[in-house]
Design a protein around this ligand. Structure first.
Ligand code: AQP
Length: 330
């Protein structure tokens, strides 16, 4: 049974519809077809500055949302990255075989560092830690959005290079990117991706938004000139984005939606979509609060997940340490 691993950063109080449709929905589905490892990547979340109290809160909020969307600790290994020290240990080894130029080509670093006054070295080496996350678990597939494709390529390059230099150790992982939902766009700027750190609040639907707030954001989403509801990414990126969201959440194809709204206006369409979005996220928000009501139980569950993860991670790291000539950790 193939292995899947993916992670998500606890950088906000809530995940958004882009995270959910681009990646998290696939996480849920792959629990039944794969040996699944999912982690809240809090080590990654400190690379752009952070507040410790908020990090604790967001770590739990992230785990609660993952359970709320349907991850089941009996069917997957759900854990927090900082509880598995092997991630940083492997990252150091991989950093030593990563070229400076190679790391400098990562577009996410270029984009994110350009927006900061002082970008950290941690932000620069982020993709190397991500490679370690993936390679520790002999991962076959990594369900992610389009923005992570380049990092996955780096991961494969590093795995191949390590294998060639020190002997076969790592499996080469493949990205699992669902094309239709690989890039959900900002509701206020449909040419940009919906993003926790870049979008204005009105541009993002959060999974923890109240029904009223979510509906309002959908109803005030930027749409294009013209009146027709047709899927045309080039000329009508706003409507195309809304059609994508509608189609996936309601389980209706885009041609069916185009037919349904022929001759109707944007207002009708957005009103109906608002209902669909609220119906999808309201139960997630409610269940998230239920899990958050018992933080001790949540922490216990995550610690059990970390134990399961470590059973795999320590074996991989021991092999890596042998291969590179390190003494074993005691
Ligand atoms: N707009 C999106 N459409 C489709 N997939 C998306 N993902 C993120 N935004 C979209 C996917 O969500 C997963 C988790 O992402 P992350 O926690 O690593 O954060 P990110 O990719 O950096 O996403 P954000 O929302 O833009 O966060 P910030 O702004 O904090 O960096 C990934 O699989 C990602 O592909």
């Amino acid at each position: 049974i193939p292995r899947v691993l993916s992670g998500i950063q606890p950088t906000a109080e809530s995940f958004h519809l882009g995270n959910y449709l681009g990646a998290l929905r696939q996480w849920v589905a792959m629990q039944d077809t794969h040996d699944a490892f999912y982690c809240v990547v809090d080590l990654h979340a400190i690379t752009a500055g952070h507040d410790p109290e908020a990090l604790v809160r967001r770590r739990r909020a992230s785990a609660a949302q993952l359970l709320a969307i349907g991850l089941d600790p009996d069917r997957c290994t759900l854990f927090v990255q900082s509880q598995v020290p092997e991630h940083t240990q492997l990252s150091w080894v991989l950093g030593a075989i990563t070229g400076f130029g190679e790391a400098s080509r990562m577009t996410q670093f270029k984009d994110k560092s350009a927006k900061q006054e002082r970008a950290s070295v941690g932000l620069f080496t982020y993709p190397i830690l991500q490679a370690a996350d993936i390679l520790l678990y002999d991962t076959d597939e990594v369900p992610v959005g389009e923005d992570q494709r380049q990092h996955l390529e780096l991961t494969r390059d590093l795995a191949g290079r390590f294998n060639k230099t020190f002997g076969k150790t790592f499996r080469l992982p493949k990205p699992h990117i669902v094309k239709d939902t690989a890039k959900i766009c900002d509701l206020q700027d449909p040419t940009a991706k919906m993003s926790k750190s870049n979008s204005v609040p009105a541009g993002i639907v959060d999974l923890r938004d109240t029904p009223k707030a979510a509906a309002k954001k959908i109803r005030s989403a930027v749409t294009d000139t013209g009146r027709e509801i047709v899927f045309d990414e080039e000329n009508k990126p706003g409507i195309a984005n809304l059609l994508t969201i509608f189609s996936v959440l309601a389980g209706v194809t885009i041609p069916e939606l185009e037919a349904r709204y022929q001759g109707k206006g944007y207002g009708d369409f957005k009103g109906d979509l608002a209902d669909v979005v609220v119906e999808a996220i309201a139960p997630i928000a409610r269940r998230t609060e239920e899990y958050l009501a018992d933080p001790a139980q949540l922490d216990k569950l995550l610690t059990e997940g970390a134990r399961k993860a470590r059973a795999v991670a320590t074996a991989t790291l021991a092999d890596v340490y042998d291969k590179v000539g390190f003494a074993q950790p005691v």
